[in-house]
Design a protein around this ligand. Structure first.
Ligand code: UDP
Ligand code: MG
Length: 323
């Protein structure tokens, strides 16, 4: 097999503090892999500016002038990490044999890339970067993040434990991914659905090198909820089971009430009545909310809006669109 062309795809949103620190590390890594003969000379580091409000894209443009191994593209506005990543992957798809996606904050160990490329050479189309431990994350982040993977699994979404978006994809896996047209993007759940032979590479996660996280608890919870509802219809099934359970209980309740009435022990019954009304009201609202979430997703999908629009590139192909 000939030496593969690698594109390292890196989404960046308001990262002017961290880019000057990490861009050199990415370039060094790429150059080392080129000189080791693992990847081809025309491999690139591709930054995706996700509509940053600071000077991120100017930094990217300057980098691309300094070294031809740097390339960049800019989305027309902020579309979120998943869409930015997809824009990068879909742009790289026609130019390379493999992509490795990674965050730009230096939290994921770039040295795992060598092993990823080795796994590709050994015949894998997908190589997941998996965090072996989370020593540097706070207890809270670790607890919520690991809980997230467990809940996802129970609710029927097939995700790789402790794997985020640090992964290698071969060209054929990218072509597979391109066929998934959903607007509610959750790449971690889609990549396993693409299939092909896969393996995992373990690494230790570091602290962010500069700047701060864009995923506070509120965003993380909504990301988790989005992930579950775009990958699995188990919550709706749970509601149906809950409905059955409550119906059976109510039926028993009705019989008990009738018997008490017939036997003559009539009670005022105000407390139990209010309890049941409150309980049922709450349960019904929750159920409606969950069903509404799915209807909202259908609504978004039927509009077939583009998932990203590229406004600028450093390599001169402007105005690319996702469709
Ligand atoms: N990111 C992005 N668009 C956004 C938010 C984040 O492209 O709207 C990028 C960000 O620049 C970083 C990656 O996604 O490269 C992961 O974000 P972050 O490090 O803030 O998340 P965490 O690692 O704390 O979960
Ligand atoms: Mg991070």
């Amino acid at each position: 097999m000939s030496v593969p062309v690698l594109y390292i795809v890196i989404p960046c949103y308001n990262e002017e503090e961290v880019l000057p620190v990490t861009s050199g590390l990415f370039l060094n890594k790429l150059k080392n892999m080129i000189s080791d003969g693992k990847v081809a000379e025309n491999s690139r580091v591709l930054f995706v500016n996700d509509g940053s409000k600071d000077t991120t894209y100017e930094i990217i443009e300057n980098l691309s002038k300094q070294d031809e191994h740097f390339e960049g593209l800019s989305l027309s506005r902020n579309r979120g990490h998943q869409n930015a990543l997809l824009a990068g992957l879909m742009t790289a798809r026609t130019r390379c044999d493999i992509t490795i996606s990674i965050d730009c904050d230096g939290q994921d160990d770039i040295n795992a890339m060598d092993k990823m490329v080795d796994e590709y050479a050994a015949g894998c189309d997908v190589v997941y970067g998996v965090r072996s431990k989370r020593a540097t994350d706070t207890f809270f982040k670790r607890f919520t993040a690991e809980g997230f993977y467990k809940v996802m699994k129970h609710l029927g979404a097939d995700v790789v434990f402790n794997h985020a978006d640090y992964r290698l994809l071969s060209r054929r896996a990218l072509d597979g991914l391109a066929q998934f047209k959903e607007v509610n993007l959750f790449l971690r759940g889609l990549v396993p659905l693409v299939g092909y032979r896969y393996s995992s590479v373990y690494y230790e996660r570091n602290e962010r090198m500069a700047g701060k996280s864009h995923y506070p608890l509120k965003k993380m919870l909504s990301f988790a909820f989005d992930g579950i509802t775009s990958l699995s219809i188990k919550p709706i099934r749970l509601i149906t089971s809950l409905g059955f359970l409550i119906s059976i209980l109510s039926f028993i309740g009705v019989i008990v009430t009738l018997i008490t009435k017939l036997v003559g022990f009539t009670v005022t019954g105000w407390t139990s009545l209010i309890c049941v009304i409150c309980l049922m009201g709450g349960v019904q609202l929750i159920c409606l909310g969950v069903i509404g979430e799915y209807i909202g997703k259908i609504y978004n999908e039927t509009k077939h809006r583009p998932r990203f629009i590229i406004s600028d590139t450093t390599f001169g192909e402007d105005g690319a669109r996702d469709d």
